[in-house]
Design a protein around this ligand. Structure first.
Ligand SMILES: [Zn+2]
Length: 304
């Protein structure tokens, strides 16, 4: 059994073009020498093609190939930061409801919200849980708010009531959004006030992981999502990060995640699963620890 705790629908109806345009800017800036217009257009086209799997059929094929049984699809509410460029949030919820129905048992959906939606946002969130079977809350602080923003407390009350986890993004992202509230410590106030709600720090198993681990070690309700490890894998630092967590007894807090489709240029879903298989096969982690990371820890967040 493999459970991917972090994925998105790879569709420009869900992830706006502008989001990926920022990624293109970063890739171009990191290229040696000055990129030609032709090169820039080619990279842009690659992202557009990647972001056209509107019904998740390509994603499901890759999950099957990789042996991934289930994935959490995270909705990001870009409605306030990309005003006029993002599709209406109601349409985005509808796309996710269709996918949820189309592939029974393969996906859990986390509702994306922006606290500026006020009471209406809270009501829609509760409705998504009660009527549509959505299973958690996704927050994207680069849209301009902290996960400890008081306006989110009503959402956390709903999470408490229905036993729903919250996944919040940590670390840098596309350069046209703010990194101000993306530090691991931003969760501290919320995690303290809502001890019954489990908070997953997105990417924080590998991004800003030392700060994040301090919180995860001492707060029972804070967990670390491993997605983004692909970058460390390329830098050859992934095994060391896993050993680092293991020494601190934090395997119990790590959740396997891929962040599909963000890292697709660098490898398939199968390759990302094999990276964890390799850690097991080279005794960095044992079979029991492997199972904890690959699905048991994530599954445990949904248990009553
Ligand atoms: Zn993501």
């Amino acid at each position: 059994m493999i459970f991917d705790c972090h994925a998105h629908v790879a569709s420009n109806k869900v992830l706006p073009d502008r989001f990926f345009d920022g990624w293109v800017d970063n890739i171009v800036a990191a290229m040696p020498g000055k990129a030609t217009d032709f090169q820039i257009a080619a990279i842009q086209r690659m992202f557009r093609e990647l972001n056209a799997d509107h019904d998740c059929s390509k994603f499901v094929a890759e999950m099957d190939d990789a042996g991934i049984d289930k994935a959490i699809l995270l909705i990001i509410d870009f409605g306030f930061v990309y005003q006029g460029e993002a599709d209406p949030i109601e349409d985005i919820y509808a796309i996710h409801r269709d996918i949820h129905k189309k592939y029974p048992g393969r996906f859990e959906i986390f509702t994306g919200v922006d606290p500026r939606r006020g009471r209406e946002g809270v009501d829609t969130f509760e409705k998504s849980v009660r009527d549509w079977g959505f299973k958690g809350l996704k927050l994207y602080p680069p849209c301009g708010f902290s996960p400890s923003d008081e306006r989110l407390f009503d959402y956390y009350e709903v999470c408490s009531k229905y036993n729903l986890p919250v996944l919040t993004h940590v670390g840098p992202t596309t350069p046209n959004l703010s990194f101000k509230h993306t530090g691991p410590n931003e969760i501290d106030e919320a995690a303290m006030r809502f001890p019954k709600v489990n908070f997953i720090l997105g990417h924080a198993g590998t991004v800003r992981f030392e700060e994040a681990a301090l919180i995860a070690e001492f707060r029972p309700n804070v967990f670390l999502d491993m997605s983004g490890f692909q970058t460390e894998l390329r830098r050859d630092g992934f095994a060391d990060i896993m050993r680092w967590h293991k020494k601190r007894g934090l395997i119990r807090k790590l959740l396997f995640g891929t962040d599909w489709p963000i890292h697709r240029f660098y490898g398939s879903q199968k390759k990302w699963v094999e990276a964890f298989d390799d850690l097991r096969d080279s005794d960095v982690i044992n079979q029991q620890e492997y199972e904890s990371i690959m699905y048991k820890n994530t599954q445990g967040l949904f248990d009553e």
